[in-house]
Design a binder for this molecule. Structure first.
Ligand code: 5GP
Ligand code: MG
Ligand code: MG
Length: 182
């Protein structure tokens, strides 16, 4: 069924257990005021959906979309907003939810963009962090898992648009994203 998958890196059970803790931390630190949770399309959709249902108070949800790697698994460093927020975040308390921070270029750009609108509070939650690959330092307040430098798919993360619906976080077979040798 998932023939291009090499192995499971983080299982659905491990994700669910970690989300309980993460949501508990976020709930205790961000309770006591209205909260707008912003997801970065499309990779953060599954994570955000699970996370917000573990928060014990009402939140609002909005999304923005950025241009991504396309079919390549290597960052171009070029970031472009392809769908902006519906809400005005000025003076609001905001939690930005992203799938993964890799080089940091995407998050760095997004945070600049959001801060220019002067939210009252801006916190950042990422499902996955690959610190080895960082090119720019970037604010991250909550991390689901720190992972090694491997290209992962599943639980919202894609390769060429596919695998977002895979329930576990997995490593693809290398031959899938590397050209075969001549
Ligand atoms: P950065 O700008 O930090 O290099 O990359 C951020 C974006 O690159 C993520 O939001 C994600 O879309 C993509 N990305 C980085 N690493 C991976 C990975 O291991 N797997 C997948 N599917 N996407 C990744
Ligand atoms: Mg992303
Ligand atoms: Mg992608």
């Amino acid at each position: 069924m998932w023939q291009e998958i090499d192995r499971v890196l983080i299982s659905r059970e491990e994700i669910a257990a970690r989300l309980e803790d993460l949501a508990g931390t976020i709930a205790s630190e961000l309770a006591g005021g209205e909260l707008l949770v912003i997801g970065v399309l499309k990779g953060a959709v599954i994570f955000l959906a699970d996370l917000v249902r573990k928060l014990p108070f009402p939140v609002e949800i909005d999304f923005l979309a950025v241009s991504s790697y396309g079919k390549s698994s290597v960052s171009s460093g070029v970031v472009r907003i392809t769908k902006d927020l519906d809400y005005d975040i000025t003076g609001r308390r905001v939690l930005l939810v992203e799938d993964i921070v890799d080089t940091g270029l995407t998050l760095n750009y997004l945070l600049g963009h959001l801060k220019s609108r002067q939210p009252q509070l801006l916190k950042v939650c990422v499902l996955l962090d690959k610190p080895e690959r960082r090119k720019v330092p970037v604010q991250v307040d909550y991390v689901g898992f720190t992972i090694p430098d491997e290209f992962v798919v599943g639980y919202g993360l894609d390769y060429a648009g596919r695998y977002r619906n895979l329930p576990d976080i997995c490593v693809l077979k290398r031959e899938v994203y590397q050209a075969p040798r001549a």
